[in-house]
Ligand binder design. Structure first.
Ligand SMILES: [Zn+2]
Length: 136
């Protein structure tokens, strides 16, 4: 499966889920067929409310974070980018794909299943440094 069809299929399912306001049984089956364990982990993150949207004031800059077991993962969803090892090594290998953080973030954004945290712009630089530190 190519990277594009993964993203396109996920986007299509997210659009459907958004209009329904939930993930249907069929959505769940399709997502599991497409992503396997990655979807299981994404769903776990969603259920445990580990997807966070930081909004910095007054600039309005936003940053998406998935809280992991050992550290927080910084995502740049517009660029399909994540700071986890999974993402990093797979991209280097030219393998597929979306890591489970990106899958979780896309579903979270479409269904509103995330927590919004407001911070001041003064904290932006130090938080970003913290989130980027663990990047290989
Ligand atoms: Zn990731």
């Amino acid at each position: 499966m190519s990277e594009n069809s993964e993203i396109e299929t996920l986007n299509a399912i997210c659009r459907e889920a958004k209009s329904e306001g939930k993930l249907s049984g069929k959505n769940l089956t399709d997502l599991y067929e497409l992503f396997g364990q990655r979807f299981t982990k994404a769903l776990e993150a969603l259920k445990e409310n580990r997807v966070k949207k930081y909004v910095f004031k007054p600039s309005g800059r936003t940053v998406w974070i998935v809280v992991g077991r050992e550290r927080d993962y910084l995502l740049m969803p517009e660029a399909e980018f994540c700071t986890c090892d999974d993402f990093y090594f797979r991209v280097l290998d030219c393998k597929v794909h979306l890591c489970y953080h990106l899958i979780a973030q896309k579903i979270a954004r479409n269904l509103g299943w995330f927590k919004t945290i407001e911070e001041t712009d003064e904290l932006y630089a130090s938080l970003m440094e913290e989130w980027k530190k663990a990047t290989p």
